[in-house]
Each structure stands twice: as C-alpha cells, then as structure tokens.
Ligand binder design. Structure first.
Ligand SMILES: Cc1cc2nc3c(=O)[nH]c(=O)nc-3n(C[C@H](O)[C@H](O)[C@H](O)COP(=O)(O)OP(=O)(O)OC[C@H]3O[C@@H](n4cnc5c(N)ncnc54)[C@H](O)[C@@H]3O)c2cc1C
Length: 383
C-alpha cells in the first residue's frame, strides 16, 4: 500500500500517526469508560489543522483531497475510534453539506469557524421511525415569511449536543415525498430546539449522540442549503462520499486490532512455544492483514474516484460494507487470539471489538450497502 501513496500522503500519514499515538491513544480507554466528550482531543485535532482538513483554503482549511482525508481518518481511528467519528461527522457530513451546497454567503459565514474547529458540524437525517428508510420523513418545515418553522424529531445525531451547526432534513412539501425534502442549517440555540443526549452506547462511547426535538423551531429561510425540495438528493450524495470516511475509520479500527494481536502472539507462549509459531495463529494474522489491505484499496479507489469527480455510489458502498466487515473479522480474531485477557475491559481489543460494531450500522447498514450495490449492478446491466 505504501508504494501507492503519494509523497504528500505519506507525510500526512506519518504526522497524523505520530500525533494520534502521542495525544489520542493514551486517553482512549479513559474516555471510553467515562463517556465524556473529548474536547481536548478536538482541540488537538484543530491545532494540527485536521478539523479543517478538506475545507477550502480560502475558508481557512487545508483544501485536502478525499484520498488524503481517508489516510488521516484511518490514523485517528486507529488510536481513538470515538474521536474519529466526531471528526468525520464534522467534516464529511456537516462541512461537506455547506461546502457543496451552500452559496457564497453561507460558505463564508460557516466554513471558517468550522475549519478552525470552533464550530462543530452535525447532520440530522434519521428519525425515531425511519433510519434505513430515511425518505419516510415526518419532520416538517413550514415557510412563514422569511423563516421556516420546524416540527418533529431526529434521533441518533452524532455531535448533536456540541454542534454549532446541524444540517437538518425536513419535509417542506410532504405531498411530494422525497422531492419535497429540504436541507436546513439549524444553529445552536435556535428557539424551539431541544437536545437530549443519548447515553449508554456499546462503543465509540466518548462521541456524543442525541435526540433533537423541534417544537415550532424558527430558522431563517436564508439557512436553507440548495433549492427547496433538493434536500433528499443532497443527503444521499453527501452520505455517498461520507461512506468512504466510515470505510477508512473501519480500516483504522481493524488495523489497531491486528497490531494488538501481532504483538500479543509474539509474547504469549503455550505448550512451550510462542503463539506466533503456530500455523493456525499465523493464518489468522494473514487473513486479517489481507482483508484489511483489500478494504484499504477499495477505500482508496472510492476516494480517488471522488477526487476525480466520478460517480461513487456503488464504489463507496462496496468500500464501506467490505471495510466494516473486514474490521469486524479483525477485531473478532484479535480478541480470540488474546484468549481470556481479551475479554476484559483493560484489554485494548475489548474496546476495539465494541467500537467496530457501529461501522456496520451507521451511514447505512450492511444490508443497505448491499441494496445500493445490487441496484447499481442491475441498472448497469439492464436488458
Ligand atoms: C452511534 C450512532 C450514530 C449515528 N449518527 C447519526 C447521525 O449523525 N446522523 C443521522 O442522521 N443518523 C445517525 N445514526 C443513525 C443510523 O444511520 C441508523 O441507525 C441506520 O441508518 C439504521 O437505521 P435504523 O437504526 O432506523 O434501523 P432500521 O432501518 O430499523 O433497520 C433495522 C434492521 O433492518 C434492516 N433492514 C432495513 N431495511 C431493510 C431492507 N429493505 N432489506 C433488508 N434489511 C433491511 C437493517 O439493515 C437493520 O439490520 C447513527 C446511529 C448510531 C447507532
């Protein structure tokens, strides 16, 4: 894989890896236990310029490519998966919506504080009664003069309590179904917005998740991104590219599991020999490494297609489903190779096993990815 990276990407990887090992990894277990939001990690990511990595240079970001973002996300996730989801939700969902669909005024207003890490971004599509079937949306936004009035609820919203800016998808014309949805930026403190943190996650526990309730929540009409009715198309397109970030996150978690397993089998002996000498153990390591590298390659292909402005719908779904399942495999085998020690909280693989699981659920479950891939295949090969 090294040979496939550009010199710039290798330098980025080295600096993010060094930073993540120094700043994020030592705090990961503590944050997992406390479930506290890791503000110091966010500040450290900001100081390194990572919170604005893909935001344009004219807005104070680094203007990095999607391929570079994937390299950085893998390294952050390898050290702390919870911090990685905060980071990728901010950039790949929140900032991406504003950068791609905002007008000049909206971009100039919202992107500079996002690039500096002062304003966190969030993305609110899922509702209590609709996740996979996100088009079945109940949240309404009714135009009232130069405002929209929002009523409804969103659930499982990452960065919800901390976000300065949340892109909310709401039906402005319910009769038009998916063509009647609009994307509206709701800023922190909007009147009629209530945010309830959802605690008790299995993994990525330091990341925050929240339910948002809108009760006659008034938002300026000038906060709408794109045309009225374009919201569902915006959501699907942004999720397509963000799936590449989840794939990179999964690879990072899986790589951390492989690293831990490789170290453990060389220092643990049974029946008079290190575990690493057993062929059954070597085969497990070989399969973990091969699947993770295949996942990395699929992720890179999708990222490079995005950077080239090519369609990514099928390729991003392939990267996401394959990488999340490769990471599942790697975390499961790493735990097995640790034996009883892997089953306890003070083992790093126990946390990785829990952190990994959500990569098969959010931004479209594995079943949804397979639906996307199959639909694309059938479309491409229609009789
Ligand atoms: C920690 C976390 C963070 C999240 N962050 C965000 C966020 O920031 N913003 C946001 O909008 N959402 C977020 N989500 C929501 C997430 O995207 C949804 O949970 C996910 O899309 C699945 O929706 P659901 O939970 O409603 O499950 P359901 O849609 O009810 O699905 C339940 C099961 O049925 C399967 N299924 C559904 N339909 C089909 C079908 N047609 N064929 C076969 N199987 C099917 C699913 O694959 C799944 O296994 C987050 C979720 C979690 C857990």
């Amino acid at each position: 894989m090294d040979a496939l990276l550009t010199e710039e990407e290798r330098m980025l990887r080295a600096s993010v890896r060094e930073f993540a090992n120094r700043e994020l990894a030592p705090r990961a277990a503590g944050y997992d236990a406390s479930e506290a939001f890791p503000w110091d990690n966010v500040a450290a990511l900001s100081a390194l310029g990572l919170m604005g990595l893909t935001i344009g240079e004219e807005y104070g970001g680094a203007g990095a490519s999607c391929a570079q973002l994937a390299v950085a996300i893998e390294e952050v996730a390898r050290a702390c998966a919870a911090t990685s989801v905060i980071h990728l939700t901010h950039l790949s969902l929140g900032a991406e919506c504003v950068a791609r669909y905002g007008d000049d005024v909206q971009r100039s207003r919202w992107l500079p504080p996002m690039a500096a890490g002062e304003t966190l971004g969030a993305f609110a599509l899922t509702e209590p009664s609709s996740g996979s079937d996100a088009g079945d949306m109940q949240t309404r936004a009714v135009r009232d003069g130069d405002h929209y009035v929002l009523d409804g609820a969103k659930t499982f919203i990452t960065n919800g309590p901390e976000a300065g800016l949340t892109v909310v998808f709401a039906a402005t014309d319910p009769a038009a179904g998916r063509r009647g949805v609009s994307a509206i930026v709701v800023e922190k403190g909007a009147p009629g917005l209530a945010i309830t943190p959802q605690k008790g996650k299995m993994g990525i526990r330091a990341s925050s998740t929240a339910e948002l309730a809108f009760d006659a929540c008034r938002v300026p009409a000038a906060n709408r991104l794109g045309e009225e009715g374009a919201g569902f198309r915006i959501a699907l397109s942004v999720i397509d590219s963000s799936r590449i970030s989840i794939a990179a996150q999964a690879v990072g978690i899986g790589q951390a599991a492989l690293d831990a397993a490789t170290a453990h089998v060389q220092q643990r002996s049974t029946f008079g020999e290190p575990l690493a000498e057993r062929q059954a153990v070597q085969f497990m390591l070989a399969d973990m490494a091969t699947r993770l590298d295949a996942a990395r390659l699929l992720t890179r292909r999708a990222a490079q297609l995005k950077d080239a402005g090519r369609p990514i719908n099928k390729e991003a779904a392939m990267a996401k489903v394959y990488a999340s399942e490769a990471a599942h495999f790697a975390c499961d085998r790493a735990l097995q190779l640790h034996g009883g020690y892997g089953y306890f909280r003070d083992s790093p693989v126990e946390r990785l096993y829990r952190d990994q699981r959500v990569t098969e659920i959010y931004e479209g479950t594995s079943e949804v990815q397979r639906i996307v891939i199959a639909r694309a295949l059938l479309r491409e090969n229609a009789p």
